[in-house]
Design a protein around this ligand. Structure first.
Ligand SMILES: *[C@@H]1O[C@H](CO)[C@@H](O)[C@H](O)[C@H]1NC(C)=O
Ligand SMILES: *[C@@H]1O[C@H](CO)[C@@H](O)[C@H](O)[C@H]1NC(C)=O
Ligand SMILES: *[C@@H]1O[C@H](CO)[C@@H](O)[C@H](O)[C@H]1NC(C)=O
Ligand SMILES: *[C@@H]1O[C@H](CO)[C@@H](O)[C@H](O)[C@H]1NC(C)=O
Ligand SMILES: *[C@@H]1O[C@H](CO)[C@@H](O)[C@H](O)[C@H]1NC(C)=O
Ligand SMILES: *[C@@H]1O[C@H](CO)[C@@H](O)[C@H](O)[C@H]1NC(C)=O
Ligand SMILES: *[C@@H]1O[C@H](CO)[C@@H](O)[C@H](O)[C@H]1NC(C)=O
Ligand SMILES: *[C@@H]1O[C@H](CO)[C@@H](O)[C@H](O)[C@H]1NC(C)=O
Ligand SMILES: *[C@@H]1O[C@H](CO)[C@@H](O)[C@H](O)[C@H]1NC(C)=O
Ligand SMILES: *[C@@H]1O[C@H](CO)[C@@H](O)[C@H](O)[C@H]1NC(C)=O
Ligand SMILES: *[C@@H]1O[C@H](CO)[C@@H](O)[C@H](O)[C@H]1NC(C)=O
Ligand SMILES: *[C@@H]1O[C@H](CO)[C@@H](O)[C@H](O)[C@H]1NC(C)=O
Length: 842
């Protein structure tokens, strides 16, 4: 014994040595032992070192009045107490109250607690205690209150607890307890409260418990209890709360034969109860909550049940109740706040008296067979927070008076037969935040721009109606939208640019409308989006490639005939045709515009004639019968109004666009000349002439040309060329420069093939064409690569026909524009002459 004290003293060095020999008090030892095993960031344990050894004044410790040095209570609530409760706590033999809730105590509850024969109150709730509840607790014969709730206790409830004759409160909610409720529980005549919710208890409610005449609270919700609801419970004159929800009880509701039951909460939802609701429930006149939902009840609800005037919460959803909602409901349930009748077979009209339920907070009568209109009195429900009437057969207009329910956060009227337009009063509901669902009705008209008033709305669904017109751009002001469903309407126009503000969107479904235009590129920057359905519209142009468009399982685009993609993942036609069947590409446009130049196999000789006369005859000579004409409108459409997305490249005299004609499967390139640029018209002619008369596998082939006037009267000239799927040689040689980061380096053999192709083209122009021609702007960006990486010489805007090969690119009638060619690729002589010129003018 002295050794133990000595050791304890060593472990608690702050204890004054001078008092060692006075230590005879076991309670001091017990407290010091507790100090050894428990830890707290609240540091109150460090104050347990008062040299005066007046431990009765230590924080949390109370001593007996009759026995001044005996500890009777430990109160350490919410002090971040860690560690295990040590068995030496049993040395505090006078303790009646242990109150350690809401700490971080761990380990098992020590069986030594059973030695505390004076213990009356044990509260260890909200800790991290595990293991079993020690059966030794039944030795604490004076225990009245046991609260071990919200721990991780497992095993079954010790039978002995039921035999504690003074027990009044047993609270074990929120553990992992299994097995039956102890049979003897209820033998205590002082039992007031049994709360065993949220465990895994099985079996029936023991008879003694149901017979208790003192029991006020019996809460067994969320277990696996079974059997019938014992009828004595419904005869109890003490019971105020009976919560049996979320179990597996069967049978029907017992009848109640007593008057003036004090029962306030009757919670039976989510069981397997069946039968009809007995009219004797009307004798529970104190009922505040009556929850019968999610069972198998059927039949009509006794009218007297709606007479329970104290009710604040009536839940009868998910049963098979029939009949009508009594028209007097607005007068008989004056206190009702939550009324849930959903998922039943109620029919008839919504009673107009509903408007009297001034406290109504949540009204759900969805999934029934209601018909008729929403009564106008609904506008009087000023407290209404949620209104769910979906999946009925309600009709008529949506009452604008709903706009006066200024607390409405969720409104679901979907899947009814409402018609007419959306009342704009709805859009004044700043409170609407959880959702507005009007889908699957016969609503029509435009979506009013006032919809921007719903600035807090998270979910909007107007799918499957007959809304027409454009999507108002003001919808982009509803920046809290996360779910936007507008599919299956008659909406047209474009996807508003203002949608760029809807950055929080998670689901966007605007499928099955008549929307046109391009898919806005900002969609690829939305980081939260998980589902995007644009299918079955008339959207066109290239599909963006970033963001959600990476994931083909989250994007739906089918049924938009004019969309193209740059990746085969989306199962759309590719934007840049990769066909090797060039003839198909050529078949496209053996076309000549009304004022266009023809592609004709004129001989080089004829070109000389044309050149000499300085006139380009606008011949519409057809090679085949049935050629189509190509108008400016066709080009505008094929290039999506010369959109920047279709711009492939831009040079001094023109811009090249990707174009896709409706009738054709393949993409072509359209070179539009910048006619306001000095020299451009000449360049057009030069290129026409050059390409019209050359025919070589290493020269880009012109399909047709278009020379006309645009609607504003300006000249318009364009060439339609084969589209070269692999772009320019420059983009392969300098991939970064050209934003083609992914292009792999050209192999040596490809480089040789390309060089040979270029040489072959030049050989043809210089030596086999009569008269010979000089390209005058040979550089990698003018060498295009076809689908098999064959090189084709392009851009003949500066080409020159040569009388003889002694002619130099330098001697040009266009010298006013500077030398022919591009800096860096011009023949040294040409550059020299340019410098000369510059010097001479300065
Ligand atoms: C020890 O307790 C006594 C009596 O409660 C008190 O007067 C004294 O200040 C305390 N001393 C210390 C160091 O806490
Ligand atoms: C109780 O205190 C005595 C000394 O007074 C000690 O020997 C014993 O081990 C303690 N009991 C427990 C359970 O710690
Ligand atoms: C246990 O303590 C907690 C926290 O103070 C309290 O909420 C709970 O009611 C107590 N248990 C009982 C049965 O008094
Ligand atoms: C039941 O306990 C679980 C954890 O065990 C908790 O998440 C849940 O909220 C509890 N439910 C109720 C109704 O107390
Ligand atoms: C229930 O209590 C009544 C008297 O209040 C008693 O006659 C009956 O035997 C008790 N039932 C059980 C199962 O203890
Ligand atoms: C309810 O108590 C009455 C007596 O007060 C008794 O006649 C009746 O049988 C009891 N009902 C049930 C279901 O136990
Ligand atoms: C219910 O209470 C009424 C009085 O409010 C009483 O007349 C009746 O007998 C009680 N029991 C039943 C089963 O209705
Ligand atoms: C409802 O209560 C009123 C007055 O309390 C009474 O006149 C009426 O008969 C009751 N209706 C039903 C169906 O019990
Ligand atoms: C309705 O009841 C059925 C069968 O008991 C169950 O499967 C379903 O989940 C319940 N629905 C709701 C919303 O509680
Ligand atoms: C729905 O109500 C109508 C009367 O309004 C009735 O004819 C029909 O049978 C009901 N349907 C169901 C499934 O109860
Ligand atoms: C709303 O309530 C007021 C008085 O509370 C009443 O005068 C008015 O008629 C009610 N409106 C509707 C549409 O029922
Ligand atoms: C819906 O109500 C209309 C009358 O408003 C009725 O003709 C129709 O049969 C009802 N539909 C269903 C499915 O009950």
């Amino acid at each position: 014994m002295p050794l133990a004290i000595f050791l304890l003293t060593l472990a608690a060095p702050s204890l004054g040595v001078t008092y060692l020999h006075d230590v005879s008090n076991t309670d001091l030892q017990g407290l010091l032992c507790l100090k050894l095993h428990l830890f707290s960031s609240a540091r109150f344990l460090t104050s347990w070192k008062n040299d005066s050894m007046q431990f009765c004044s230590w924080f949390g410790v109370s001593c007996s009045k009759r026995h001044p040095s005996r500890v009777v209570a430990l109160d350490f609530e919410s002090l971040d107490l860690h560690g295990q409760i040590p068995s030496c706590i049993s040395n505090l033999t006078f303790v009646t109250r242990i109150h350690l809730p809401n700490n971080k105590l761990s380990g098992q509850i020590t069986t030594e607690l059973g030695q505390l024969s004076r213990l009356q109150y044990l509260n260890l709730s909200s800790n991290n205690l595990g293991g079993k509840i020690p059966g030794t607790l039944s030795s604490c014969s004076r225990l009245q209150i046991i609260d071990l709730a919200l721990n991780s206790l497992s095993g079954s409830i010790p039978e002995g607890l039921g035999t504690l004759t003074s027990l009044s409160v047993l609270r074990l909610t929120g553990n992992n307890l299994m097995g039956n409720i102890p049979l003897p529980l209820g033998s205590s005549s002082s039992l007031i409260s049994v709360i065993l919710t949220n465990n895994s208890l099985t079996g029936p409610i023991p008879p003694l418990l149901t017979n208790s005449s003192s029991l006020q609270v019996l809460a067994l919700t969320k277990n696996h209890l079974s059997g019938e609801i014992p009828s004595p419970l419904f005869n109890s004159t003490s019971l105020q709360k009976l919560a049996l929800g979320l179990n597996s009880f069967v049978g029907s509701i017992p009848t109640c034969t007593i008057n003036g039951s004090p029962l306030q909460y009757l919670i039976l939802q989510s069981n397997n109860l069946a039968g009809t609701v007995p009219s004797t429930l009307r004798n529970f006149t104190s009922l505040l909550w009556l929850l019968l939902g999610d069972n198998n009840f059927h039949g009509t609800v006794p009218a007297s049940l709606y007479n329970l005037s104290a009710l604040t919460y009536l839940g009868m959803g998910n049963n098979s109740f029939t009949g009508e909602i009594p028209s007097s409901i607005g007068y008989t349930l004056p206190s009702i706040q939550i009324l849930i009748l959903q998922e039943n077979l109620f029919q008839g009209n919504l009673p107009s008296s509903l408007g009297n339920l001034q406290n109504l907070f949540l009204l759900s009568i969805s999934q029934n067979n209601l018909s008729g209109q929403i009564p106008l009195s609904i506008s009087n429900l000023s407290q209404l927070n949620e209104l769910h009437l979906q999946e009925n057969n309600l009709s008529g207009p949506i009452p604008g008076g709903l706009g006066r329910c200024k607390n409405l956060e969720a409104l679901n009227l979907s899947s009814n037969s409402f018609h007419g337009s959306i009342p704009i009063e709805l859009f004044t509901l700043l409170s609407l935040s959880k959702g507005l669902d009007l889908s699957h009705n016969q609503l029509s008209g435009n979506i009013p721009p006032e919809i921007s008033g719903l600035i807090n709305l998270g979910t909007l669904s107007i799918s499957n109606n007959q809304f027409s017109g454009k999507i108002p751009s003001t919808l982009g002001e509803c920046v809290h939208l996360e779910y936007l469903h507008m599919k299956a309407n008659l909406l047209d126009g474009r996807i508003p640019e203002s949608f760029t503000n809807l950055r929080g969107i998670i689901v966007l479904d605007i499928s099955q409308n008549n929307l046109s235009g391009k898919i806005p590129e900002f969609l690829e920057t939305f980081s939260d989006i998980e589902f995007l359905n644009l299918s079955f519209n008339n959207l066109e142009g290239p599909v963006p490639t970033g963001g959600i468009f990476h994931n083909s399982s989250e994007v739906f685009l089918q049924g938009n005939k004019k969309l193209c993609a740059s990746s085969p993942l989306l199962q759309l036609p590719l934007c840049s045709s990769k066909t090797s069947k060039k003839r198909q590409a050529l078949r496209i446009l053996k076309i000549v515009g009304p004022v266009s130049l023809a592609v004709i196999p004129l001989s080089c000789f004829m070109v000389i004639l044309l050149t000499k006369t300085k006139k380009v005859k606008q011949v519409a000579q057809q090679r085949n019968k049935g050629l189509k004409k190509l108008s400016l409108t066709d080009l505008v459409r094929a290039t999506d109004n010369f959109s920047s997305a279709n711009l492939i490249g831009s040079g001094r005299y023109g811009s090249v666009y990707r174009a896709r004609f409706e009738s054709e499967e393949h993409t072509v390139a359209v070179k539009v000349f910048k006619l306001d640029q000095l020299g451009a018209p000449k360049s057009f002619l030069a290129e026409c002439k050059a390409l019209r008369n050359t025919r070589h596998r290493n020269l880009v082939r012109v399909i047709t040309a278009c020379s006309t006037y645009d609607p504003t009267g300006y000249e318009f000239k364009a060439l339609v060329l084969e589209c070269m799927p692999n772009g320019s040689l420059e983009s392969w040689l300098y991939p970064k420069l050209n934003k083609y980061g992914l292009r792999r380096p050209l192999s040596l053999s490809s480089r040789i093939v390309i060089a040979m192709d270029i040489a072959s083209a030049l050989d043809y122009l210089h030596n086999h064409c009569s008269p010979p021609m000089a390209h005058c702007d040979l550089k990698p960006s003018n060498v295009l690569l076809d689908d098999v990486m064959g090189a084709r010489l392009a851009d003949f805007g500066l080409a020159k026909f040569l009388q003889s090969f002694s002619y130099s690119c330098r001697h040009s009638s266009t010298s006013i524009l500077g030398p022919r060619g591009s800096i860096g690729y011009i023949a040294p002589g040409a550059l020299f002459s340019f410098k000369e010129k510059t010097f001479s003018t300065s």
